[in-house]
Design a protein around this ligand. Structure first.
Ligand SMILES: CC(C)(COP(=O)(O)OP(=O)(O)OC[C@H]1O[C@@H](n2cnc3c(N)ncnc32)[C@H](O)[C@@H]1OP(=O)(O)O)[C@@H](O)C(=O)NCCC(=O)NCCS
Length: 161
């Protein structure tokens, strides 16, 4: 799964997506510190422990570098940024039963705006699985490393000397 590069100065608008989701009773917002356990459980149940670990880094920062989708008191999806490495978007995921409603795109755009607020003009989508989703929703392009593995192919940090 390759990393992808995404411009943060040409992002599509987020407000219409949020309004459409609100109409279905779905809210996108940052999780509160006391919601860490429920978010961890959601990620482990629907995705993986590794993704839960990566996302836990979001709670070391203020504001929390993560967005969540909620319907009443139920989490439907999440997106994290500035967690795996600086300027990275991901991991992200939407519960299978709630896909294709615009939640994934809204979470992605909210996180990319979060990165924009940190001063970046480009973002890296780490280990992008659904490459076509990112091409279509935010105009991202694949970073062409030979092994196609990006950050997750690293066995060690680059040497400093
Ligand atoms: C990828 C994922 C987050 C998308 O979430 P979603 O809520 O279904 O996406 P949306 O409804 O916001 O989709 C937005 C648009 O992208 C399209 N799309 C969704 N998933 C797609 C995919 N895998 N490939 C190509 N296009 C896709 C939708 O059809 C929609 O198009 P439209 O605007 O023309 O209607 C979700 O499928 C998921 O959780 N996948 C498993 C985890 C994963 O792979 N995470 C990414 C790790 S990098």
């Amino acid at each position: 799964m390759p990393d992808m590069l995404c411009s943060l100065v040409r992002l599509p608008p987020l407000a219409p997506l949020l309004a459409a989701l609100n109409g279905q009773g779905i809210t996108i917002r940052r999780p509160n510190p006391w919601e860490q356990s429920i978010l961890r459980q959601f990620i482990e149940a629907h995705f993986s422990r590794n993704w839960a670990e990566e996302t836990s880094v979001a709670f070391t920062q203020k504001p929390v570098t993560c967005f969540t989708a909620w319907q009443a008191d139920q989490i439907l999806g999440f997106g994290a940024y500035e967690c795996t490495r600086r300027n990275y978007f991901g991991p992200t995921g939407v519960a299978e039963a709630h896909r294709k409603k615009g939640i994934g795109k809204a979470l992605c755009l909210a996180c990319l705006r979060g990165l924009q607020d940190l001063g970046y003009t480009y973002a890296i989508i780490g280990g992008a699985g659904p490459v076509d989703f990112y091409r279509k929703t935010v105009g991202a392009i694949v970073i062409p490393f030979d092994d196609g593995k990006g950050i997750y192919g690293l066995k060690e940090e680059p040497r400093l000397i």
